[in-house]
Write a protein that binds this ligand. Sequence first.
Ligand code: HEC
Ligand code: HEC
Ligand code: HEC
Ligand code: HEC
Ligand code: HEC
Length: 396
Amino acid sequence: MRSLWVLAVLSLSLYAAEVVQVGDKFKDSGKCKACHSHIVQQWDNSWHAKSHYGNDEYFQKTIDYVARKDNRKSLNTIKIECATCHNPRISVTSTNAEYEAIASLKLDKDSAATKAINNNGISEGINCVVCHNIDQIHDDLPDSKRGINRVSWMKSGTMTGPYADAKSPYHKVEQRDFMDTNPNQLCFVCHANDSSEEGHRFTNMQSEFKSGGKQCVDCHMSPREVGVAATLRDVNGQTHKRLIREHGFKGGHVESMWQGALKVDVRKNARALEVTLVNPQPHALPSGFGSREILIEAQYMSGSKVMKNEVLSLSSHYLSKRGKPTIAHLAVKTTDSVSIAAQGSKTFTLPLQPGADQVVVSVSYRLVNDEVRELLDLKDPIWAKKMVIKKLALKL
Ligand code: HEC
Ligand code: HEC
Ligand code: HEC
Ligand code: HEC
Ligand code: HEC
């Protein structure tokens, strides 16, 4: 019995996050530019490239807020926890009580953890050597183990990719299914679920996913199209034509992606206005990170005069252990959570306005709802921007 237990502990510890240093030749995207400049440029505009404390106001202020409210842990310990998915090439993956003690006295400057956080090798967030250096994805682990805790890395200098026959003078290559026929497996390393400091699961993208035949990469990279993987010319002066995908990872932060993301139907019955939202996508909307919001706004008009505005917010709200409104990462409970399920639909009713002869309905998306924008004091206009999904008018 005891030996079984020891075996279990041993096999778990074998799977504990293992750090493999990335060699200087491969550390940052600048090293790939000479031959993959088009890919580097697309990725550089993506939010994967911004997923670091210094580059995303919402991420930074969330970390600061958690550290302020949760006085069991230092700011750096929270940063290391979040790095699990946001900066998975970090060289230290956990801290201990001894670290907390020296951090609280501000004597941690020379510690491995503090050096790891300040190392500029991780400032690119989810860069090339995150996805293309994964050797194996361990889907046999409990589903709460994500990011760095779910993968093992290649030896530095070997890139995993979709092609079995690629050759590069700069690095070794190996083909992997999660780069080719099964890319969802790669995305789900991080885009699967996340839990708060209190252990409350506030998002569950993998379990809500209903594949309609399309993969994440079909919509958030691009369909496979003819192009070149590398611009390097061979001995005959030729580049190699390949089927490739874009590396833009466009999603919620990109307004053009929202146009038509939901189908909207507006009807009037005897007592109310009915707005039906149909979601053709394979995951819920809003989804992913908590506190995203869909707004339904109805503007009642009489001629050209605005009589009344009705607004309905579809979002999630969270309570702290002290029973106060809080952010997802400190939640003990989700109080309400309104979203449209994958391949599902929902109808919402709004009161009619007597005397109105027309109503203009607009459905839009915001990255952060009012409550959380205020709690965190987010300043960049992008967090409050209404990205239009659909706008239509109905005669009453
Ligand atoms: C979030 C994960 C992710 C990141 C980050 C990423 N890639 Fe990729 N990359 C992929 C996937 C998935 C494919 C396979 C696409 C397909 O189905 O052909 C791919 C394919 C490629 C290919 C083969 C050509 C193609 O487009 O299919 C090259 C070359 C490549 N990536 C280079 C890079 C470089 C350079 C960077 C950094 C600037 C980078 N990748 C960042 C996931 C990623
Ligand atoms: C000196 C040129 C050069 C540099 C620099 C370079 N590569 Fe490549 N890479 C290539 C060539 C050539 C190929 C093969 C292209 C083909 O077969 O179509 C390739 C292929 C790849 C592939 C696809 C492998 C496969 O088997 O599917 C990936 C992924 C990749 N490179 C990532 C990177 C990353 C990340 C960097 C930066 C750390 C980088 N490369 C730097 C030349 C280069
Ligand atoms: C190592 C973890 C990790 C992996 C693997 C990963 N992502 Fe992400 N992804 C993130 C994080 C973290 C963010 C949020 C970054 C931010 O906003 O600062 C993100 C953001 C995104 C976004 C939102 C962009 C926007 O504009 O709102 C999309 C879309 C996305 N990822 C798609 C994918 C796809 C497709 C794959 C698989 C090919 C993938 N990701 C693999 C961690 C990951
Ligand atoms: C059929 C196309 C399609 C597929 C497949 C798909 N998505 Fe999406 N996804 C969308 C659309 C459309 C939106 C809304 C506009 C946007 O954010 O891009 C969206 C939104 C998102 C968002 C932002 C959600 C929010 O409410 O803020 C994330 C994150 C995301 N997708 C990740 C993924 C991941 C990970 C997968 C694979 C498991 C995936 N998507 C598969 C079409 C798709
Ligand atoms: C299990 C992996 C994982 C861990 C751990 C994780 N995140 Fe994330 N985070 C993601 C993914 C994936 C996204 C993108 C999802 C989306 O856009 O809907 C994201 C997005 C975010 C966003 C939204 C960013 C934006 O630009 O809109 C914030 C804020 C955030 N995370 C904060 C944190 C904080 C703070 C921590 C640590 C306490 C943390 N995350 C830990 C996976 C993770």
